[in-house]
Design a binder for this molecule. Structure first.
Ligand SMILES: [Ca+2]
Ligand SMILES: [Ca+2]
Ligand SMILES: [Ca+2]
Length: 246
C-alpha cells in the first residue's frame, strides 16, 4: 500500500480493485516519429496510469491517452485484484511485430503477490486499434524475485524495456525485466525467447558474487565487443550482496 497519492479500494463481485496513482510525470519522455512523416511525437507515461502521446504541436495523438492496466488482473494472497497503478518507467518504441509500424513498450507499477508484474506493448494507434490498445500476447509478466522493493520507484515494473533485432530478421525483440531478475527477452507475440545467464561471468571479469540480478535499472543494447553481434548491457547486483539488503 502507498501512503501518498490517490488510493482507494473497492470490491466488486469478489474482485478487489486498487487505485494507487499519483499526479504528474516521473518517467522521461520518449521522442519518436510514430507516423513516419518526419515529425517526432512525444510519448509520456504518467503517474496517473495513462500513457500519453502528443504531436509536435502539443496536440493529443489519435488513440491516446491509453489507460495501461491489466483488465484480467492478478492474484495477491488468494485475492483476485485489478490494479490501476503508476507508470514510472520510460517507454521503449520500435517495430516489434514486423508490420512496419512502431509499438510502444512500457511497464506499470502493478504488483500481484510478491513477484508478478506487468509490461505492455501498445499499438501506435492506441485505443483506435481494432481489438484494443495492447498487442495480442501482452501484457507479459517479466517477474523477478520481488516486486516491491520501494514505494513508487521500486514497485511492479519500474524498468524501461530495450529493443534490438537479436536474430537478424529485421524485427525487434524486447528485453524487459522486473526487479531482481535476469535479462528476459520476448518477441512481439509476448513469447519469451530467451533469458540472460546470471551465473557465468566474462573471461576478464573480477566478479565473484554470482548469480547476479538486475535490481532497478535501465538496460540497453549495443555491440560492445565488436564481434558484429548485439550485446545487452545492464547493471546488476550479486545475490550475496542483495541478500544482505533484503
Ligand atoms: Ca509494428
Ligand atoms: Ca528479430
Ligand atoms: Ca557483440
Amino acid at each position: 500500500m502507498e501512503h501518498d497519492g490517490t488510493h482507494d479500494t473497492t470490491r466488486a463481485y469478489g474482485t478487489q480493485v486498487l487505485h494507487v496513482l499519483g499526479k504528474g510525470f516521473f518517467a522521461a519522455p520518449t521522442l519518436y516519429d510514430l507516423a513516419g512523416d518526419g515529425h517526432l511525437e512525444i510519448i509520456q507515461p504518467g503517474q496517473d496510469g495513462w500513457l500519453y502521446v502528443w504531436d509536435d504541436k502539443g496536440q493529443p495523438w489519435p488513440g491516446f491517452p491509453v489507460q495501461v492496466y491489466d483488465a484480467k488482473g492478478g492474484m495477491t494472497n488468494g485475492v483476485h485484484q485489478i490494479q490501476y497503478a503508476r507508470l514510472m518507467a520510460t517507454a521503449a518504441v520500435g517495430d516489434i511485430n514486423g508490420d512496419g509500424s512502431p509499438e510502444i513498450v512500457v511497464g506499470s507499477n502493478e504488483a500481484f503477490g510478491s513477484q508478478d508484474c506487468r509490461a505492455y506493448a501498445v499499438w501506435h494507434d492506441g485505443n483506435g486499434h481494432s481489438g484494443g490498445p495492447f498487442l495480442p500476447g501482452w501484457p507479459v509478466n517479466p517477474k523477478g524475485l520481488r516486486n516491491d522493493f520501494l514505494p513508487d520507484v521500486g514497485l511492479g515494473m519500474p524498468n524501461a524495456a530495450a529493443l534490438a533485432d537479436l536474430n537478424g530478421d529485421k524485427v525487434l525483440e524486447v528485453e524487459v525485466n522486473g526487479m531482481a531478475a535476469s535479462p528476459l527477452f520476448y518477441d512481439g507475440t509476448g513469447t519469451q525467447v530467451g533469458i540472460g545467464d546470471g551465473n557465468t561471468v566474462g573471461p576478464k571479469a573480477a566478479v565473484t558474487d554470482v548469480p547476479d540480478f538486475i535490481p532497478i535499472n535501465y538496460g540497453s543494447f549495443a555491440d560492445v565487443d565488436g564481434d558484429g553481434k548485439v550485446d545487452f548491457v545492464d547493471g546488476t547486483l550479486g545475490l550475496t550482496y542483495a541478500m544482505g539488503g533484503l
